[in-house]
Design a protein around this ligand. Structure first.
Ligand SMILES: *Cc1c(COP(=O)(O)O)cnc(C)c1O
Length: 475
């Protein structure tokens, strides 16, 4: 088997082979474990040194399927509650395959009219889905971490301009530290973005109102007053990873307006609260923010990796991310060239799966999905509250349900933490369902998140049952 010429061209056979493997894999999703018992061993079977002579297309894919499927986490199935994990809807998954077949470079209109147009349409549809005003421009990136980075780069540029400095052009030279104000829900990806952008991982001051971490609006107001009109960046979180709660964005928007601050909202999954009247209050006021980000690979159920950033002053994105070369389209060209608004230059046409799933299921389909998940969160909360050896730590406000194993008679906090940590480790090794532990209200707790479209009541009950079973065994 030799390149540059692969003869015969076995692309068709390769796609058939993978389609067959995909069919059998998908059939195992509903009833099989998230993690196979020999997953680690299967992963370890990959290795060796670089082959001098390849084994050929079909043999290589055969190996990938054989060991790869055993090592893979069934995270797009209904038993996945770890992190905040979606899974591809049928339309999104199929469109994602097509994205690879078409292999478009979504840098510019010239590189791909399809990629550019669908990104333009998709950003408009997402803006409608979340009821954001027309002034918001947007761009697709690889996830909420990069969306935070993209939006906060626009915020940084705005902040520099307020000091008379073009940071994208000249850097931070001569500028004071950037005041970044936040609460306890601040996601670690936002601090990573601050580190990436040179504003400092530890720069965010946190104003925390209650034990769970909600932002203290009065404390924030005092901090803003102390700045005496100097520009600042406020980072709000809608959808805390531990309990789904949100900072009071509407009140933060009042403060941002009064003090001339930039309000950024990280709504990686929480932004979807806007889709149902049952949860929309959590994300009220987001339309008043300066920048808003969310993930597509969480609650929108698009395969990895896609998220999006909205900026209410989209010209700032171009100031940071535009590129200048004689062979590239000019940033001021009327046709959309998203490479001038995004951190990457060459980029996957991520709009295809997002467009396909919105076209296939529409606003009503997603509202129904969110509401089904709200119901499932309530069901899990009731299971935890009613079971004698489970303890619900907070009534669900969205789709994350913090609870722990707590048998009667065991009240030593350290022992309870240790037991729940061990159950968490056993749960992942057991593999029937997947959920992780966190520290919540100062105790070790489970924080299952319900975001996959395949999840039903059956898996909710299974999760509660398996935690009890493992807890009973380990106590
Ligand atoms: C998941 C999450 C992120 C990071 O998203 P990635 O897709 O992993 O980059 C950021 N913020 C919040 C609130 C999240 O839940």
């Amino acid at each position: 088997m030799s390149l540059p010429l692969v003869l015969p061209d076995d692309t068709q056979a390769a796609l058939d082979q993978i389609a067959a493997a995909a069919r059998s894999y998908l059939e195992t999703l509903d009833d099989g474990p998230v993690r196979l018992p020999d997953a680690d061993a299967a992963a370890a079977r990959f290795g060796g040194s670089l082959p001098e002579h390849g084994v050929g297309t079909l043999a290589a894919l055969d190996e990938l399927v054989r060991d790869g499927l055993d090592a893979a986490t069934r995270s797009s199935g209904p038993r996945m509650f770890h992190f905040v994990t979606g899974g591809g809807t049928p339309a999104a998954l199929a469109a994602d395959w097509l994205t690879s077949v078409l292999d478009q470079n979504a840098f510019s209109w010239v590189a791909s009219p399809l990629g550019a147009r669908l990104e333009q349409v998709t950003i408009g549809w997402l803006r409608e889905l979340f009821e954001l005003p027309e002034r918001f421009g947007g761009v697709l990136v690889s996830g909420a971490t990069l969306a935070n980075t993209t939006a906060l780069a626009a915020a940084r540029q705005w902040w520099g301009e307020r000091h008379g400095v073009d940071i994208a052009r000249d850097g931070f030279v001569g500028l004071p530290p950037v005041p970044v104000l936040s609460g306890g829900y601040l996601h670690t990806s936002a601090t990573k973005a601050l580190a990436t952008l040179g504003m400092g991982r530890g720069s965010a001051s946190r104003y925390i109102a209650d034990t769970s971490g909600r932002m203290d609006v009065d404390g924030l107001a005092r901090a803003l007053s102390d700045l005496h009109g100097a520009p600042a960046i406020i980072i709000a979180t809608v959808g805390d990873v531990n309990d789904g709660d949100a900072d009071p964005v509407d009140r933060l928007a009042d403060l941002a307006e009064r003090h001339g601050a930039w309000l950024h909202v990280d709504g990686a999954f929480g932004l979807f609260a806007r889709l149902s009247p049952r949860s929309a209050h959590l994300a009220a006021g987001v339309e008043r923010a300066d920048s808003v980000v969310a993930d597509a690979h969480k609650w929108l159920n698009v395969p990895y990796d896609t998220g999006f950033a909205f900026v209410a002053h989209p010209g700032l994105l171009g100031k940071v991310f535009s590129m200048d070369a004689a062979y590239l389209p000019r940033p001021d060209e009327p046709r959309p060239n998203f490479g001038h608004l995004a951190p990457e230059a060459s980029r996957r046409a991520r709009a295809l799966p997002v467009w396909a799933t919105l076209r296939a299921y529409g606003r009503a389909g997603y509202r129904a999905l969110i509401e089904r998940h709200l119901d499932l969160a309530i069901r899990l909360a009731r299971r935890a509250a009613d079971h004698p050896r489970l303890e619900l730590l907070r009534e669900p406000v969205l789709n994350v349900v913090p609870f722990r194993y707590h048998p009667g008679g065991l009240d030593d906090p350290a022992a309870l933490d240790d037991l729940n940590r061990r159950i968490g480790e056993a749960l992942v090794t057991d593999g029937r369902v997947y959920a992780g532990t966190t520290r919540y209200l100062d105790v070790v707790a489970f924080r299952p998140a319900i975001a996959g479209w395949r999840i039903t009541e059956r898996e909710i009950d299974l999760l509660a049952d398996v935690v009890v079973e493992l807890g009973d065994r380990l106590r």
